[in-house]
Each structure stands twice: as C-alpha cells, then as structure tokens.
Design a protein around this ligand. Structure first.
Ligand code: CMC
Length: 434
C-alpha cells in the first residue's frame, strides 16, 4: 500500500491508499482533520467511500455488477432469489443442507403474529404500502426482541429468515387490505415466489395457478434487485445500524429511504410518466425536451445512475425479460412501445450521450409488474423484497465488532456568526418577517 502526499497550506501530509480487489483506489483520510485541521466536502457522497465491503462489486464505466464476485448475468441464468439471499448474507452459495435449513426457516416463519396483523386495521385503506411496510418491519422488533440484535450465526440466520419470509406476508396482506379481500395464508409446499403471488392474487373461492413463466420473471426481478453496494437505502441501513439500532429498525429506515422517487420509487414514477405520454397530455419529444430543460426540475424517470455511466446490466436483462413475459402472457401494452421509443430517442440525443445517461433498473421493471397485475404503488415494495437480503448482508457487515463505528459526518457551517439573543420587544419587523 503506497501513500499519497497532499500539500495543504504549504505543508505536506501523507495519507495511505487503500486498493480494492478490482484495483479501485481510495485515499484513507481518516486522520485528515486531526493532522491538517481540514475536512472534505462532498455533498451527495459521489466521491466518498463510506466503508470497505466484500459483498457487491459494481463498475459503472463497464456496466458490471457482481454479488460476492459472481456476475449478475450468471446468477440471473442459473440461480434463484433464495439462493442469492444466502450468497449475499453468508458470502458463499449454500450447500444442499444450508439451503434446506433456510427454506424450512422461511416456511416456519411465514405467518404474522395475530397482534401484528391488527396493525393493518390502523391504516386507511388507501395507505401507501411502503408506509405500511416500513412500520410493520419496525414493529417486528417488538415481536422478536431476542433476535432484534442477533449475534451468533444461528441467530442471524433466524432473524434473516423472519425478515425475508414475513416481508412477503406483509406485502400480500397490505395488498389484500387495500382491496378489501381476505388474507390468504402461505402454503408450505410452494416456493418463496409462488407463495408471494399466491398470497397476493388468489381468492378463497377460486382456483389459482402460478404460471411458471411469471414465477421465474418475479424470481429474476428479485435477484436483480438483491444488492447494489452503497446505494441510498443500503447506506441508510448501515448508518442506522452504526448507532447500535436493531436489525428490524435499521431495515425499516432503509425501506423509508427506498420509497423516494429518485431511488426505488422511480419505477412507479417511470410508469406514471409513460401513462401520461399515452394519455396524450404530452408526447415523447416534449418529455425529452422537458428533461433537458435546466429551468425545469423534471427528470426522465428510470434514466441515469450515480454509478452506471454505461447501460445498467440489470436494465438490459429486464428489457429482454419484458419482451419474453409479454409474449408468454400474450399481453400487449402500449407503454412498452412508448418506453422503447423514449429510450431510442434519448440514447441518440447529445444531452443524454454527453452525460452518459442510460435506462436504469427502474425503467423496464414496472412494465413487467403491470403485465402480471402488480399495482403501481406496490412496485417499490417488490424492490424492497428484492433488496432485503442485501440490506441484511450490509447490516451484518457493518455491525461486525471489528468495524463498528458510529457514522457521524461533519459539515461546513454557513449560518450566522455568533449573535446575542434579542428580547421580543426589541425585535424589528424585518427580523420577525423572516
Ligand atoms: N433526466 C434528465 N437529466 C438527468 C437525468 C435524468 N433522468 N439524470 C441525470 N441527469 C442530468 C443532471 O441534470 C445532470 O446534468 P448537468 O450536468 O447538466 O447538471 C447530469 O445528468 C448528472 O446528473 P446528477 O444529478 O449529477 O446525477 P446523480 O448521480 O446525482 O443522480 C439519479 C443519479 C439516479 C438520482 C439521476 O440520474 C435521476 O434523478 N434519475 C431519475 C430517477 C431514477 O430513475 N432513479 C432510479 C435510480 S436506479 C435505481 C435506484 O437506485 O433506485
């Protein structure tokens, strides 16, 4: 490891360089303030490495995504969501024994405590499912206090199974509640994804069959969302965890961060944009013009990425998947044609070319959800189900006793300099207007 020399106020300071597996280089400035009196300023953290992590590798310039070293394309082709969850959390693909034990834990933890089920009644019927999900996951800590701060491998495995299994039940129940339909309970013989679809879409008085192509499509979507290193929600999970907060509370905070329209909420926003174009309010070209207008805060939803300056590998897989799902289901959606037109125009427009803006994971996922009947406000919920193993893996990594350190950034203060308190009768009209 060589050092980097920084010259500050005519004095030279040496800082160590940290080099990652794939030759990524970072300057370790943990002693910067102590030695120089300066801090770094990096709003949005675009140049800040918050940790060293061995979970996921991305290379935005080349469009690479790997979980624990395995390319996303290989996992998409050969694996399933539960196997990927094991890979992310434990660092290796599970053996048959590990897989069976985890599957049994998922089955045994699928139900919600009757007390927790009553929480649904406290929400208005049109409550956003992300609000419910975040609240319910936080509430899980009250029902599993011993596992809220898991220490041993067995405790972490059990807590992970509780979360991964129950998030699916909470999702299905919140959907049922929004429709005034009875809750459907999972079947132990069904796979993880089959049960998710069965609990959401079946009715007690009607036969219901999960189509294998639909099951595979959802499995694939969940795999593609399972981790993405230090994104906003994962960084939130790690930050909350750094204070010593429990696993459920940390994941609940991650869900809240994911909800925003610049993050997981973008899939819902992207479909709403396509719907608006379809309704005839504005055409594709007008939307592109609006996205380029610097006086307008509008952005093309499902486009651009902090890391990817190339085609998002997940979007590439989803684009292909959307075509396959539509074909199998004999489903026609004008929104797909609009999305393809939008992509074609944007990718040939100098504004998008210069800024290296490509479709991201949220551009095509919503079209697949629509085809299988998932309502728009549940898109970010499916994202959360997918991202959950990643959050758990990062919580586990961040709370490792050898690294645990509270996350507490600094700031450059720009408010008023020291001033005295002014009694009410001495305050001028100008001040009170502010
Ligand atoms: N439409 C129009 N212009 C854009 C877009 C967009 N979607 N994205 C970035 N730009 C422009 C931006 O205005 C800026 O232009 P200029 O250099 O002239 O000021 C330039 O590209 C660089 O953008 P940035 O804001 O510095 O990029 P960022 O890394 O801070 O933001 C982003 C990344 C994903 C928040 C942003 O691209 C965006 O708002 N996209 C739309 C929302 C979206 O699709 N979010 C999902 C992200 S992927 C999945 C996930 O993480 O949840």
């Amino acid at each position: 490891m060589k050092d980097i020399t920084l010259k500050i106020d005519n004095k030279e300071f040496k800082f160590p360089v940290v080099i990652g597996t794939e030759n990524e280089k970072g300057i370790d400035i943990s002693k910067l303030r102590a030695e120089t009196g300066y801090i770094t300023l990096d709003p949005g953290y675009a140049n800040t490495g918050s940790c060293e992590s061995s979970i996921t590798y991305t290379n935005g310039e080349k469009g690479i995504l790997r979980y624990r070293g395995i390319p996303i394309e290989e996992l998409a082709q050969h694996s399933d969501f539960i196997e990927v969850a094991n890979l992310l959390i434990w660092g290796t693909l599970p053996t048959k024994v590990m897989r069976k034990r985890f599957t049994d834990l998922l089955t045994n933890n699928a139900l919600l405590h009757e007390g927790l089920k009553h929480h649904f009644e406290g929400f208005p019927f049109d409550a956003h499912p992300m609000a419910m999900l975040s609240a319910m996951v936080n509430a899980l800590s009250c029902y599993h206090p011993v596992l809220a701060l898991p220490h041993s491998s067995r405790e972490i495995e059990k807590a992970a199974a509780i979360l991964i299994s129950k998030i699916r039940t909470i999702t299905a129940f919140s959907y049922k509640m929004s429709r005034g339909e009875p809750f459907i309970y999972p079947k132990p013989e069904f796979s993880y994804v089959e049960n998710l679809l069965y609990m959401m879409f079946s009715l007690p008085h009607e036969p219901y069959e999960v189509r294998p192509e639909v099951k595979r499509a959802v499995d694939l979507i969940l795999i593609l969302h399972a981790d993405h290193e230090q994104n906003c929600s994962t960084s939130t999970v790690r930050m909350v965890a750094s204070s010593g907060a429990n696993l459920f509370a940390s994941i609940s905070a991650g869900i809240a961060a994911l909800w925003g329209h610049l993050h997981g909420g973008a899939s819902q926003a992207a479909i709403e944009m396509l719907e608006e174009i379809h309704s005839g309010k504005m055409d594709v070209k007008q939307y592109i013009k609006m996205a380029k207008d610097k006086k307008n805060s509008f952005r093309l939803m499902g486009f651009g990425h902090r890391v990817y300056k190339n085609y998002d590998p997940r979007a590439r897989i989803l684009k292909k998947l959307s075509r396959n799902v539509f074909k199998v289901l004999k489903y026609k959606d004008h929104l797909l044609d609009i999305a393809l037109e939008l992509e074609e125009i944007a990718l040939n427009d100098p504004y998008f070319i210069e800024r290296k803006l490509y479709p991201n994971v949220d551009f095509y996922s919503g079209l697949i959800y629509r085809a299988i009947g998932v309502p728009k406000n549940m898109f970010p919920v499916f994202f959360a189900i997918g991202r959950l193993p990643g959050w758990i893996a990062h919580w586990k990594e961040a709370t490792d006793i050898n690294r645990l350190q509270i996350a507490r950034p600094r700031q450059i203060y720009t408010g008023p300099a020291k001033q005295s308190y002014v009694p009410m009768d001495k305050r001028s009209a100008a001040i009170s207007k502010n």
